[in-house]
Design a protein around this ligand. Structure first.
Ligand code: FES
Length: 680
């Protein structure tokens, strides 16, 4: 048995005997313990911080006494004076082993630390980004052994970090010489490793130790909005999130109208590519500014998007995606450089990764949802609905996963709605209608009060009440159905039929007034018959897509439903069900996952193994093409009713009574749903 001191690392539990005087960092490396280091043990990066524990550890069979590690040294003192070390912490590269010891590696010193996701922690993200920093000391040039600066840098990386081969492009090479000299032959390099292997690529170089951080962007490029999360590639923390409207809206609101624009206008695809790239440049500049970082520190960007946006982003003509068989130029993932893509509000050598597409109609956004929500690992049958202008649907369990996309149009995002607007302060996002008085109350984004609460007017004085956003219109229509203002066919009743003067005639139809500030020059917000039709079209497309997947799977019911999408977190599951947006399921089995596509992009940004995983997974997903499937139309028509023409929605009926199947058949009909339920 070894007489050398025993070292036990926690939380990994890895243990081994090491001769007295071995630095903790060396022991950690030999045992394969996850302990970070950028400076390679020179005592300047502080990444290697550890906490020794003292006392009895029966679990590990060791007793740790004072003096188990070497004395606090001058390097640690200098670091503590300059930056401060937490009490009890030591630098793993400075402290040496003197006797049996238990050493804890805190999460921030682990290279592959876990980042817990805020929303619905389906999976934690393990940090293993493609780009990492390495500090090296490079030999100075020597007349007697003439080698280039790059070759000596390569040698230093090989000797000091065991990195065998590296490449550098011309723009990096042009910075290399001045940087090496400025850093007095000590530099930090950012190295990008491709998950498919090959030589590592030097993407940036700084003189001395670079302590300014390293960042990546995860971008969810949607048809209507573009959302970006600026992520610290060391900690995995999202340091800023921001979104803007997709400027391509001016070429067409939905995907097919953009494809038609490209077909009808020579050079139209180029125009749309330029518009979206410019918007991404503006967005990355703004988000870097918001976080107070230099855009040059953004060294990686991951994109998720639907197939049409994918082609338009990459500068590929989307025309083939407008007609069967919907061939993609390439469905594989894309690995590119920022400059190639015209992205200049980030480091010019930043690496771009675009997730693979599943098929011509099912894009990298659906792949990102699969990466985030993992339907293939679900024991029960889960339907994941990513609601947006184009909805992505995934249905599956451990046996099989199916995917399709459905052209819902932009109604769910507040477009094509008379008083619609995007989700921004001042937009109505929640609506309730009293089933007895038929009076509405609502909440706007930016204020926690209901419109009937005291102080609401003062609280909304700055934002105003400007319109109704996607989640607001969904709730409004569903509440109108529950209150008996809208019948099963989607028809808004007259004042007589519904018993409220808020139902006003508008041409040959009616609208329901929610808020009227027109006498003070403000907006008049009503739900019109046209709005209901737009919502019906959108929700029928969504439901029909889900039904097609269920047909293919041979099932009539799903065990649970996950609502995802930029506003998935804001949709009330009950209201989504009342509208019949999703198939009937017990309400407690319908959950929201927030922006799952954006989360998938973040996972791919922070973990290179996830890139390999999704590239494998997309080949295992069965694609169902909604556009060429005749049953889609059949399902679509039946789903036009609210909630549905033929499906009884029995789970929904257990919790919500829907009055007024038809105004035309029943005149004033049954408008007292809640009253009757209370009695009976
Ligand atoms: S490894 Fe950099 S300070 Fe210890």
């Amino acid at each position: 048995m070894s007489t050398d001191p025993l070292v036990v690392f926690t939380p990994s539990g890895k243990r081994g005997h090491f001769p007295k005087g071995t630095p903790v960092l060396t022991a950690a490396r030999q045992l394969g313990v996850d302990l970070d280091s950028v400076c390679g043990g020179r005592g300047i990066c502080s990444k290697c911080q550890v906490t020794p524990s003292y006392g009895e550890f029966p679990k590990h069979g060791v007793t740790v006494r004072e003096g188990a590690l070497s004395e606090w040294n001058a390097v640690e003192q200098r670091y503590d004076d300059k930056r401060g070390l937490k009490p009890g912490r030591r630098l793993g590269c400075q402290a040496t082993i003197q006797a049996d010891v238990v050493i804890d590696v805190p999460p921030e010193s682990q290279v592959h630390r876990q980042v817990v996701r805020k929303a619905a922690a389906v999976r934690a993200i393990t940090m293993d980004p493609a780009t990492r920093l390495y500090f090296v000391e490079v030999d100075e040039p020597d007349m007697h052994s003439p080698t280039g600066d790059l070759e000596r840098l390569e040698r230093a990386l090989r000797e000091q970090w065991k990195i065998e081969s590296v490449t550098a492009d011309l723009t990096l090479l042009s910075k290399l010489q001045p940087t090496l000299r400025k850093g007095k032959w000590q530099v930090t390099v950012a190295l990008f490793r491709d998950h498919a292997g090959g030589a590592a690529r030097i993407t940036e170089i700084w003189p001395g130790l670079h302590e300014g951080g390293l960042y990546g962007l995860a971008i969810d490029l949607g048809s209507t909005t573009i959302a970006a999360h600026l992520t610290d590639l060391d900690t995995g923390a999202v340091v800023a999130s921001s979104g803007i409207m997709n400027p391509q809206i001016r070429f067409g609101e939905d995907l097919m109208s953009r494809v038609s624009y490209a077909m009808m206008n020579p050079g139209g695809d180029k125009e749309m590519t330029a518009a979206v790239r410019e918007a991404i440049n503006d967005l990355s500049k703004a988000i870097a500014e918001e976080a107070g970082i230099d855009p040059n520190l953004i060294l990686e960007t991951v994109f998720v998007c639907n197939p049409v946006m994918h082609h338009l982003l990459l500068g590929l003509d989307p025309v083939e995606l407008g007609q069967a068989p919907f061939a993609l130029a390439s469905s594989n993932s894309m690995r590119l450089g920022a400059l190639e893509m015209g992205l200049h509000a980030m480091n010019p050598r930043a690496r771009i990764y675009v997730l693979p597409c599943i098929a011509g109609h099912v894009g990298a956004d659906a792949a990102a949802v699969a990466l985030s929500e993992q339907p293939g690992k679900s024991e029960d049958l889960v339907l994941i609905v990513d609601v947006g202008t184009n909805a992505e649907l995934l249905l599956g369990n451990t046996e099989r996963v199916l995917a399709c996309s459905s052209p819902t149009g932009p109604a769910f995002e507040g477009a094509q709605i008379s008083a619609g607007q995007r989700a921004a302060p001042g937009a109505i996002e929640r609506v309730e209608i009293d089933p007895e008085t038929k009076e509405p109350r609502f909440k706007v984004i930016g204020c926690d009060l209901w419109s009937t609460d005291p102080g609401f007017d003062a609280a909304t004085a700055t934002t105003g009440i400007t319109g109704i956003c996607g989640s607001g219109i969904i709730e409004a229509v569903a509440e109108m159905r529950i209150a008996g203002l809208v019948d099963g066919s989607g028809l808004i009743g007259s004042a007589e039929q519904t018993g409220t003067p808020r139902c006003l005639p508008e041409g040959r139809t009616h609208s329901y007034l929610i808020h009227d500030a027109s006498d003070q020059g403000g907006p008049r917000i009503a739900v019109t018959q046209g709005d209901i039709r737009a919502i019906q079209l959108a929700k029928s497309a969504l439901y029909a897509g889900a039904r097609l997947l269920m047909d293919e799977m041979g099932v009539d019911k799903v065990d649970r439903v996950v609502l995802a999408g930029a506003f998935g977190a804001h949709i009330s599951t009950k209201h989504a069900m009342v509208l019949g947006m999703i198939p009937d399921a017990p309400l407690d089995k319908v959950t929201s996952a927030g922006n799952a596509a954006g989360t998938g992009a973040r996972i791919a940004l922070c973990n290179i193994a996830a890139r390999a995983e999704i590239e494998r997974t997309v080949h295992e997903i069965t694609k169902v093409e909604t556009a060429i499937e005749p049953k889609f139309q059949e399902h679509f028509v039946a789903a036009n009713a609210i909630p549905h023409k033929t499906d009884p929605f029995t789970e929904l009926a257990k919790v919500v009574h829907l009055p007024n199947p038809s105004f035309n058949a029943g005149g004033a009909g049954d408008t007292g749903g809640r009253r009757r339920r209370r009695r009976g």
